[in-house]
Write a protein that binds this ligand. Structure first.
Ligand code: DC
Length: 224
């Protein structure tokens, strides 16, 4: 079974996908982490997002892998644990630029399809229901107001000991939404057959419960 979860940054998509995968006993495929890995490596190597040739070579010589299962899942790049590094402010600021080029998307989508071929997944991202798995068994599009998403992000930063103003966060989120939904390659868009869930006033438990219920209604039984 493939469950596709798309939506903008901070919509609660990642936490929901993680917990739903855990409940259903399937793999959680965090495709954003893959684009973040490419961004991290490009920044380290000083490769610009518009340098298509260098990016294409970088993607070809980069090995991204996941280990463990939620909540202890780790992201690896070329044998290095980059779970925390890909969440840095620096990577977050630049990822919209590095995830856009066609050479990056083509390679990542290929890897995502290969990963899901062998196993049941809850796959989250921006183009999962539209491009990566248009035939997914279940598709969800998770949204929330910009203000609510900024508040959630502020809490995440507080946990990391970083203080950021709500206004600055609203601006950053709105800018990332704009870039993600207006880019030429695979823009953020709700698939016609996806169910939209507005999480502005929902708890995580309600969001997860909704998806798990839908999967069970489709006859998906969690592995013992
Ligand atoms: O979900 P996230 O914040 O970790 O995603 C990081 C960036 O990657 C975000 O700017 C959108 C992009 N992304 C994408 O273009 N396609 C995906 N399938 C997943 C993420």
């Amino acid at each position: 079974m493939i469950i596709a979860i798309d939506g903008p940054a901070g919509s609660g998509k990642s936490t929901t996908a993680k917990l739903a995968a855990q409940r259903l006993g399937v793999v959680h495929l965090d495709t954003g982490a893959m684009y973040r890995a490419i961004t991290l490596k490009s920044l380290r190597e000083g490769i610009r997002a518009d340098d298509t040739l260098s990016l294409e070579k970088l993607v070809a010589r980069t090995k991204i892998a996941f280990s463990g299962s939620p909540p202890g899942m780790r992201v690896w790049m070329d044998g290095e644990d980059i779970t925390d590094a890909v969440r840095s402010d620096e990577v977050t600021k630049h990822v919209s630029d590095y995830c856009a080029p066609r050479v990056v998307r083509r390679a990542m989508v290929g890897q995502q399809r290969a990963l899901a071929r062998a196993t049941d997944v809850v796959c989250e991202g921006r183009d999962i229901g539209t491009v990566v798995f248009p035939d997914a068994d279940l598709k969800f599009f998770i949204v929330a107001s910009v203000e609510e998403r900024a508040r959630r992000r502020q809490k995440d930063f507080e946990k990391m000991g970083v203080r950021k103003g709500l206004e600055e966060l609203c601006d950053e989120i709105a800018e990332r939404d704009r870039k993600d939904s207006t880019r030429r390659n695979s823009p953020l868009r709700k698939a016609d057959d996806a169910e939209e869930i507005d999480t502005t006033e929902m708890t995580i438990e309600e969001q997860v419960g909704h998806i798990v219920d839908r999967a069970r209604a489709r006859g998906y039984a969690p592995r013992p």
